[in-house]
Design a protein around this ligand. Sequence first.
Ligand code: AMP
Length: 514
Amino acid sequence: MSEDTQTAPEALTFADLGLSPKVLSAVTDAGYTQPTPIQAGAIPHALQGKDVLGIAQTGTGKTASFVLPMLTRLEKGRARARMPRTLILEPTRELAAQVEENFVKYGKNHRLNIALLIGGVSFDEQEKKLERGADVLIATPGRMLDHFERGKLLLTGVEILVIDEADRMLDMGFIPDIERICKLIPFTRQTLFFSATMPPEITKLTEQFLHAPIRVEVSKAASTSTNITQRLVKSGPKPWDKRETLRKLIDAEGDAIKNAIIFCNRKVDVSELFRSLVKHDYDAGALHGDMDQRARMAMLAGFRDGKLKLLVASDVAARGLDIPEVSHVFNYDVPIHAEDYVHRIGRTGRAGRLGKAFTIVTKSDTKYVDAIERLTGLPVEWHDGDLSTVVASEGDDEAPRRGRGAPRRAGKEKHGRERDRKPREETPVAQAVAVAAPASPAPVDNVVSDIDERRVRKEAIRNGNADRKPREHDDKPRRDDNRGNRRHQREEDDDRTIGFGDDMPAFMLITTNV
Ligand code: AMP
């Protein structure tokens, strides 16, 4: 259980919800005694075949809220070749794989065929599974439509459709695919629909495709904000300035860092920063959309198992993942969308523990910091450590105001040569004091009010990149639709990022069962 998962207020048990004995036995073996609010609210209706609109985010136990009733309902009937009985759509490969793990865990007393259709792995294996007849089909929309177009899949037998993380689908530009898929599945199906927030596009989708849904809304499981020390850290604007600022912060935090996620806005920066950290002998891994599936799963497993201390990630790759408690979040870039800040820092400071979130800020980032402060309603303090020795590129008028101490030109990293060299010793950054942060991020739902402003920025970003063509990818949206293609589009524009070269961390070479 993630530590912030709440249980239902009343003394409800899983047995009260109407689940089958096989499912109840698997739930008991998983060690869960009480349903969470989303489970208590959704499961009885889902078992009756009703449509459900679940407004809940990861960490609330929402996966089990559709997996458990589906397992119970699937006990009657059998799958036919190429005609899956149920379909679960997930925005990312990792989320799809997580849902599969849930089916394996809770479905241990069932003999169900589960097929996972995600990009980055071969079509052949997936086709074989479809051919055998899938009781449960878990897919990302792009890969699913690929199979459909190849004639390997018929959707006319789907009895239950789950659309998970719908607002993420919107962010990633998947809504046209979702609409298309909904139209391919018989109207008589049951639809279980989950979204953390309800922007207008998602509401429209639910009005179009859900039939008299039961609405179950749960608030975020626990407030993360009061235990998180949030600090802004000044940096020079150049990548080498920012990388050095980050290294100084990491070094200053030292053993206080149990594990940390370092967020970048663009995947090209994920890759570059990861390589730089490895060169400087940091225990780092990376997660971004262009890595192949095996590498992504190995990275995640390494981070979850504590083999990897620092995970450099993009929002798209990391959001929604069931990543364990982390002690630190570093925003290498200030997020362009203020609500991403709330999501990012929410990775730490859970269940009453202290967490720290540092955001590296250059002069040109101030408008994004303003947006974050507007959203959270309170200012974020500046880090009072003396970073002046690392932030300044001399003569650079983009550099922010300098702090105490003599400014010094930051050393630019040289490719290859510094690889085996230890990072230079520098004046340590003063340790941030772990005090409760005054800022309390607004609930994610409030983010909707910020949508117009985001649209304007989104347009600017899109126009700036208009001459660059996004790469075709089988997990990516299939049509060039402007309605929701936000962060995803930004990531896709960074086509230069490929693989890790010879900076592959050793644990990546360990084979896993994925
Ligand atoms: P989810 O929101 O589906 O990502 O689930 C978050 C975490 O809560 C996962 O690690 C689940 O295994 C766990 N979990 C789900 N249901 C329960 C429950 N009723 N009691 C305790 N933990 C749960």
